[in-house]
Design a protein around this ligand. Sequence first.
Ligand code: ARG
Length: 462
Amino acid sequence: MSEKMWGGRFAAGTDSLVEAFTASIQVDRRLYAEDIRGSMAHARMLGRVGVLTEAEAEAIVTGLAQVQQEIVEDRLPFVDALEDIHMHVESRLTEIIGDVGKKLHTGRSRNDQVATDLRLYTRGCLDDLVQGLQHLQNVFIDLAEREVETILPGLTHMQVAQPVSFGHHCMAYVEMFHRDTQRLFDARRRVNVLPLGAAALAGTTFPIDRWDVARQLGFEAVAENSLDAVSDRDFVMEVLSDLAILAVHLSRLSEELILWMSAPFGFIDLPDGFCTGSSIMPQKKNPDVAEIIRGKSGRVIGDLVAILVLMKGQPLAYNRDNQEDKETFFDALDQMRASVEIMGRMLPGLQTRPAVMRAQAERGFATATDLADYLVRKGLPFRDAHAVVGRAVRLAQERNIGLEAMPLADLQALSPLIGREVYEVLVLEGSLAARDHLGGTAPRQVQAAILRARERLQREAL
Ligand code: ARG
């Protein structure tokens, strides 16, 4: 007979290659705490409903605590022969407390067990990630407050468009990371559902109390259908989708940091502790952290695609394919947690170069729209105003000067509506201040947005 815990019906042992190939312990060992917590809850429940005696349940819970201690202290060897974390815990439990340990698996299967472990683990990761994202929002809000008055050439099509406040730009990321936080919050409700009790796929013949287990483990709901409970990995797909969106946000931010720090831009400097040098070019200071975070997005998007394709062809209920859900999922969770954390540490040290940003905004005719709006206020239809200003820009470009340096007579030759006060609207600060409505870049509005974002964070803090 095979030595395996499931070996009764096998005449021969497992091929050694197969043993190594099917084992998941190196990946799922990180679920040990959740596995033990879930087993304790299951054993206590079995004791309460009378499937086990109270003394048996007690012995199992005490034994499990010892297994946990051994794993924490790195004293439990992990071996392929025991396949996964569930088998390791159960077999060590039985070594410690004897035959009573063999009763733990009553009314349960590894199928509902692994689903439970993974949901518990995911819930913990979501809470950590939400905290990290809330911190990152705070970092951006502080940066925005510092740079409310700093002028940045706002771009569309990567061409200078209109001046914005650097603080306003920072607050755009607060909005993105706020939505990321909301998405994870929302996913948490669907993650926090108990599969245990579904057993292999059909439920169990024992009089279990699933709500008892749910309450012990902090689940808000109990999965309604046993087949779905063991085979559903929607929660992995959903969280991975959210992580992929987050990764894209972090990547866009990284791209901006990288561009802004390059010599042709020269808008910012990142702290030395977060950059590295070149082994050949002595002058180099490279924004590697931002580059690596930008690179992580490819990985996390790949992780999402992996789970989608993994699930696509699977009939109900549990299939061993599902074991492949963890490696990529853990990867995405790890990478995003680390990226959010390091971004939150790097950004407070970001230094802006306001004079450079200002000069670029001036060179790019960033106040052209302001001039058009000025003519509209003087009664010219917008389309006509657009054409007048277009001609003014062409003229200024030929002379290699900014709009604000154009002599009044030349401007008036283009439109008699233009008066001396036109120069006020051509000033970058005036352009910012004029966009004075909810969501606009006027410093007053950015201040108000900062206040609202702080209040929102306070309300939503975990
Ligand atoms: N290691 C497995 C997984 O991650 C646990 C469940 C295995 N169930 C089974 N019947 N072989 O999915």
